[in-house]
Design a protein around this ligand. Structure first.
Ligand code: UT7
Length: 324
């Protein structure tokens, strides 16, 4: 028995924030943002719109695409670093909103790799007896973004993407997943305040420690190296050549990172799904949003061989190969 993607869906908040909007907030320019990141605009959640609200919309669309009811679900996994509350898990709020009365629910924290990590968990559960697992990557990055810090505020966006992972007897399915981490690099991307090490306080607020801090340049170099390495080891583990892959769907963080990876691998741009220009970096939501768009654009069809590649805070990096 394999675990296959039975349905996919995504949701992006209505509000579009352009680079021109950011020019009015911090000392930046549309030209700098486009040249250094490839981002033109990003979606921003409305006031009061939280992680679970986005996740529910994406989850409903994935269930519809799979032709399933919420009551068919055995489990809901929400990959996020911007959950509605520190406690309880956002997945429980989603479970209730969807009416998934038979489903277990928990969150998975692996930052931008969260979706691929959660996909691997769903894969393992489905291959050992569960029938249907809903995997959602959902982020309201705008809530942990310091809108006075030009180094980070131009990069991130909000959104959600979801897949239903179902038991399937046949060729289609998740062929392998590969998960890595290196906590020695934990300070490259971090929200330093608000957790148990530095609980919320006036000091946390005044020093803006509740917001994401990033050493962009160092992260950039590690991202290129790890994405290349994991793509090569994933292909080798599956006895595949790069030419066998129909579409590479990477985490959408920065067009320059992805172009460097494509160059090192010798991967033509036609085989890479890119939508960072319209969403920015949506962390755990970025791969499922890109996958959903690729399916809707006809770039992924039944039988396509798809490779995912992600990296993010932790540091973590991850990949998967799927026969769609
Ligand atoms: O999901 C994983 C999360 N992280 C990432 O993927 C991020 C990886 N890193 C990056 O994408 C890039 O490092 C950035 C886009 C963040 C920055 O690009 P860079 O080419 O590495 O620039 P830099 O950090 O070396 O900064 C170059 C200059 C600096 O000015 P000085 O010191 O040379 O005078 C910055 O202060 O650009 C300046 N700068 C800006 N200028 C205009 C930084 N942010 C901005 C900005 N607008 N928004």
């Amino acid at each position: 028995m394999k675990a296959c993607i039975a349905g996919i869906g995504s949701y992006a908040p209505a509000r579009v924030m352009t680079n021109a909007d950011l020019e009015r907030m911090v000392a930046t320019s549309d030209e700098w943002i486009r040249e250094r990141t490839g981002i033109r605009e990003r979606r921003i959640a409305a006031a009061g719109e939280a992680c679970s609200d986005l996740a529910v919309q994406a989850g409903k669309r994935a269930l519809t695409a799979a032709g399933l009811a919420a009551t068919d679900l055995d489990m809901i996994l929400v990959a996020t670093c911007t959950g509605d509350y520190p406690l309880p898990a956002t997945a429980c709020l989603v479970q209730h909103q969807l009416g998934a009365t038979k489903a277990a629910a928990c969150d998975l924290s692996a930052a931008c790799c969260g979706f691929v990590y959660a996909l691997s968990v769903a894969d393992a559960y489905v291959r050992t007896g569960m029938r249907h697992v809903l995997v959602i990557g959902s982020e309201v990055m705008s809530a942990i973004t310091d809108w006075t810090d030009r180094n980070t505020c131009v990069l991130f966006g909000d959104g959600a993407g979801a897949v239903v992972v179902s038991a399937h007897d046949g060729e289609r399915g998740i062929l392998s997943t590969h998960l890595r981490s290196d906590g020695a690099l934990c300070e490259l991307i971090m929200v330093p305040g608000g957790g148990s090490r530095t609980p919320p306080s006036e000091k946390v607020i005044s020093e803006r420690l509740q917001y994401i801090k990033m050493k962009g340049n160092e992260t950039f170099k590690v991202a290129v190296r790890t994405l290349e390495e994991i793509a090569r080891s994933t292909l080798a583990a599956n006895h595949l050549r790069l030419e066998d892959i129909d579409l590479y769907v990477p985490h959408q963080a920065n067009i320059r990172i992805l172009k460097a990876v494509m160059e090192r691998l010798g991967l033509p741009i036609e085989k890479v799904m890119l939508n960072v220009d319209r969403y920015g970096n949506t962390s755990a939501a970025s791969i499922p949003i890109a996958l959903d768009e690729a399916v809707r654009e006809g770039r992924i069809k039944n039988g396509s061989l798809v490779m995912l590649g992600a990296f993010g805070a932790g540091l973590t990096w991850a990949s998967a190969v799927i026969r769609w």
